[in-house]
Design a protein around this ligand. Structure first.
Ligand code: AHR
Length: 634
């Protein structure tokens, strides 16, 4: 007697705690932001140069603070130096001098080892370089295993060059597959013709297949991997990398456009040089090709090194932002619109969103941001009233009071798993002011609950992000945009972790983190209306959101942030015309499991459920799991 009562009670509690039924309403609901999920990109972790950008050779324009001979090595006894007396242009201020010892008879030259090796895959490579010095003969371009010496490509091109001017060479060749990423690119010439003298080279460039076949484009494999996320927007070019270590070192739009020969590059904020070959127009090409809406960040007067420009000293920078917008939006009869046309893009771009600065609540920026923001806002809004302007912080104390009507604000979260779960209802009670919106411009689980920094996202953290994203989606009348950050890292060259995607120079190295798969699941299952759900359990450890499309597709996203499996039934009792089968995508794993270099341990699994709208569809979500349920018309 004594034991029966509590046991029965326990049994009923257990049953209740481990199952849930969701009844989805087919009436009412909130319109969801059509752009909710997107991508945030800046060159961090060699995610631009050495990452998504197609150009594979390092230090090809001797840019940044102290380029030296990084990436280069002699082949065949030449001696190499960075020659600051022989420049390609006023932007590319030095070149590679290749001195050939007297008496040389062999084929000699130099190599470049790329970013942690040159990725060599079976396929076509485009190769460009500048040469100066007296030479007439064959130049051989090779892709070679660094230690194996295996030649994966060799290609001869006939070159006639002189010491009077630079000669530009462009060619292409095919390569066979290298087993690894430990490869170099070589440029060789007939040493007997240069013995006792030298040749100069500059802007050597090697491209694999590019996304949409673009000249100076992004890598096709990386582009396709990111496209699969299904994002709607691209925030660029930063992030901290917008800001500069000093005002003079900020990202300057006008130094990232036009011929590469005119782009000086800069020392990026993440302690390596940026070539800026991935420049303003390349970002917008990426947007066009991936159907992403640009969210363009402009410099707000704040630099990371503490240099802040405010007051009337900011005026030239406001003018510079207007020039940038004239370049992007102006007719071809304007100065900068004409410049854009001269670079091959006569049509104006579409720039619907501009963010003023990055994290102006930090780096001592708060006290001046209201006035700095206002200076940019007033000028841009007057000239382009239809552009949606976003402030780089949501902290009231850093913003103008009142905030101009219609301005949105950005908020960033790098949190522990518990931190994200506690933020599930962050926006539930946020004031809804007409025209106001939130951009969660950066978020990621970066540490465990006990404070250990993560190198790579794990299942618990990714599920906690899913919980948070469910909260965002439930509030996507207010939350307009959200992007995980950072997007990409080159393994071994990362300053910041975790990152959504990683790669190295090795074949098939592109790796989606567990968070990547959560982003992909959520982004590709978006309704336009968020629907009310009546549930027989409270939030925690299960979290959910339901939505539908005008085409009659129903989505239910569920995160199980608990250590027990949960049995879930989804009913849409008043829906008609739905198929009896529904699709389920399920991601789960043990809490600490990660995907990393050469190890994809966690990916979603797909299955088909049988049921009906009224009787429901039932499935289990394991501990630390994320499910996306899809019911479609019959
Ligand atoms: O995403 C990495 C960095 O985190 C961004 O550059 C910056 O905006 C934030 O502090």
């Amino acid at each position: 007697m004594l034991s029966t009562g509590p046991l029965l009670l326990l049994a009923s509690l257990v049953t209740y705690a481990y199952s849930a039924t969701f009844n989805i309403s087919t009436t009412g609901g909130n319109a969801s932001s059509p752009l909710l999920y997107g991508l945030m990109f800046e060159d961090i972790n060699n995610s631009g140069d050495g990452g998504i950008h197609g150009q594979l050779l390092k230090n090809n324009g001797f840019q940044g603070d102290s380029p030296g001979l990084t990436g280069y090595a002699s082949v065949g006894g030449t001696s190499l130096s960075q020659d600051t007396t022989v420049n390609l242009t006023t932007a590319i201020q030095s070149s590679l001098k290749v001195s050939v010892p007297s008496g040389t008879t062999a084929s000699v030259g130099f190599s470049n080892s790329g970013y942690g090796g040159v990725p060599v895959n079976a396929g076509t490579y485009a190769n460009y370089f500048y040469i100066k010095g007296n030479y007439s003969g064959t130049v051989t371009l090779k892709l070679v295993g660094s230690t194996s010496g295996t030649v994966f490509a060799t290609h001869d091109v006939t070159v006639t060059s002189s010491s009077a001017a630079w000669t530009y060479v462009e060619t292409s060749f095919t390569a066979s597959q290298s087993p690894d990423g430990s490869n170099v690119w070589q440029l060789l010439f007939d040493g007997s013709k240069v013995a006792g003298s030298a040749l100069w080279f500059d802007l050597v460039q090697l491209f694999p297949e590019t996304y949409h076949g673009r000249f100076n484009g992004i890598r096709n494999d990386v582009g396709e991997f990111l496209e699969a996320i299904g994002g709607s927007f691209l925030r660029f070019p930063g992030g901290n990398n917008l800001e500069g270590g000093s005002p003079g070192a900020r990202w300057k739009w006008n130094e990232t456009i036009g011929p590469l020969e005119n782009r000086p590059g800069r020392q990026g904020d993440w302690s390596y040089p940026n070539t800026d070959a991935l420049g303003l127009m390349e970002y917008l090409q990426w947007c066009d090709d991936m159907s992403l809406t640009p969210v363009l960040a402009i410099w707000s007067g704040l630099s990371l090194g503490g240099g802040i420009i405010s007051g009337t000293a900011l005026d030239p920078y406001v003018d510079d932002a207007l020039n940038e917008l004239e370049f992007l939006l102006g007719s071809t009869s304007t100065t900068y619109g004409a410049l854009r046309a001269s670079y091959g893009h006569a049509a104006a771009y579409d720039i619907p969103y501009i963010e003023i600065g990055n994290e102006d609540n930090l780096s001592s920026g708060c006290s001046t941001y209201a006035s700095r923001f206002t200076a940019f806002y007033d000028a841009i809004h007057a000239a382009y009233p239809s552009i949606q302007i976003i402030a780089s912080t949501s902290e009231d104390s850093c913003l103008p009071d009142p905030l101009p009507s219609g301005v949105w604000t950005d908020i960033h979260h790098y949190l522990s798993p518990s931190g994200f779960v506690s933020m599930f209802d962050e926006f539930d009670n946020y004031p809804r002011t007409t025209g106001y919106g939130i951009f969660v411009g950066e978020y990621a689980n970066t540490e465990t609950d006990s404070g250990t920094q993560l190198s790579w996202s794990n299942v618990q953290g990714a599920v906690s992000e899913a919980v948070y994203m469910i909260g965002l989606e439930r509030n996507s009348d207010l939350v307009k945009l959200a992007s995980y950050a950072p997007l990409l890292e080159h393994f071994g060259l990362a300053e910041w972790s975790p990152d959504l995607v990683g790669l190295s120079s090795a074949p098939d190295s592109l790796t989606g983190s567990v968070s990547y798969y959560v982003q992909k699941l959520f982004s590709n299952a978006r309704g336009d209306t968020i629907r009310a759900v009546s549930a027989d359990v409270d939030f925690g450890p299960l979290y959910w959101v339901a939505s539908s499309t005008t085409g009659g597709i129903w989505y239910v996203k569920v995160a199980n942030y608990g250590t027990d499996s949960q049995n879930v039934t989804v009913k849409i009792p008043t829906a008609s015309g739905l198929s009896g089968t529904a699709a389920l995508q399920l991601l789960s794993g043990s809490a600490g499991t990660s995907n990393g270099p050469d190890a994809v341990n966690v990916q979603p699994a797909n299955s088909t459920l049988t049921g009906s709208a009224t009787a429901g569809w039932t499935f289990d979500i394991p501990a630390y799991g994320v499910a996306v349920f899809t019911a479609s018309p019959a």
